[in-house]
Write a new protein. Structure first.
Length: 309
């Protein structure tokens, strides 16, 4: 219905197409910073250590490396804190939204001269890929540009929230069921806390975790250059006294991770979690995340124990 040149939208319809930013929750504490909303702020925050976002990274004994899948797979920070505190290890999630790759990770390792004891890589889609647009821009930009991008993103978010509290919601095609996320990142350990999200939940087939399927997929050919990239990455870690561990996160099957672990002769952490679900068709929901991480830590504990002998 048109009134005075304005399109009036029924309240029920407007609620169905509510912009994601209208549902954003506040950060858990001052220790958390805005990591992802449209632009991937987290790459700039960590690479340029904005407000100390990378200070804990410099002291970490264990690095979790990968993309957003691994961030969602380990949402329960309390479980991780208990596990690593009991072993006197400090961990940090050096993982980012978008396409993950070893180049950006290596640049951060070099920039801060990191010497972790362990590096755990979500390896199904990691090695031999080009950096994401946000990672490339972060590496090419100076600290002033990083501050500018973060300021513009946070300001835009605040302004849009104010506008949509007054004016009708327009441009409905933007606010559909396609997955969207806004999250914070912890300065203490790099973990992720969801501020708002949208997507269609889904169930991951149990065959994704079948040992038989994993064995069959060991013969799956890797992308060109993937094994070479993995070897270079491992050599970099060897030179720094760090041990490489590979894993994978659902809904990926673990095919590449298994192949790479075999070729590199490094440990592979497998999980035996079944009946997992996603909150958006891509990322584990909180309940599935808790079960997955418990299974993962059981496997990791065995690897850490063997290394200590």
């Amino acid at each position: 219905m048109m009134t005075g040149g304005w399109l009036l939208i029924p309240a029920s319809m407007a609620a169905g197409f509510r912009p994601l930013l209208m549902d954003i929750e506040q950060a858990p504490s001052a220790d958390w910073y805005l990591g992802n909303v449209n632009a991937q702020v987290e790459q700039f925050a960590v690479y340029d250590n904005l407000d100390g976002a990378a200070e804990a990274l410099k002291r970490a004994d264990v690095l979790f490396v990968g993309d957003s899948l691994i961030l969602f797979a380990f949402q329960n920070q309390q479980v991780l804190q208990r596990f690593f505190s009991a072993r006197s290890l400090r961990y940090y999630f050096l993982a980012f939204s978008g396409e993950a790759d070893e180049t950006f990770t290596e640049q951060i390792i070099h920039k801060f001269s990191l010497h972790p004891k362990w590096v755990i890589v979500d390896a199904d889609y990691f090695f031999g890929r080009p950096p994401s647009a946000a990672a490339s821009r972060a590496m090419a930009s100076g600290s002033q540009e990083a501050w500018k991008i973060r300021f513009e993103t946070a300001t835009s978010l605040a302004v849009q929230r104010q506008i949509h509290q007054v004016y009708p919601y327009m441009g409905l095609s933007q606010w559909d069921v396609h997955p969207q996320w806004i999250w914070y990142r912890s300065k203490t350990d790099g973990s992720m806390s969801l501020a708002a999200w949208r997507g269609v939940p889904g169930v991951i087939p149990d065959t994704s975790f079948s040992n038989l399927l994993l064995q069959e997929d060991r013969n799956t050919p890797l992308l060109s250059g993937e094994m070479n990239a993995a070897r270079r990455f491992k050599s970099e870690l060897d030179a720094r006294g760090a041990r490489l561990v590979l894993t994978w996160t659902p809904p990926n099957t673990g095919a590449n991770a298994a192949h790479l672990a075999s070729g590199l002769q490094v440990p592979l952490v497998t999980t035996d979690a079944r009946g997992l679900s996603t909150l958006d068709g891509q990322h584990l929901d909180r309940e599935s995340s808790a079960r997955f991480s418990a299974s993962f830590l059981e496997g990791l504990d065995s690897i850490l124990g063997q290394a200590a002998k």
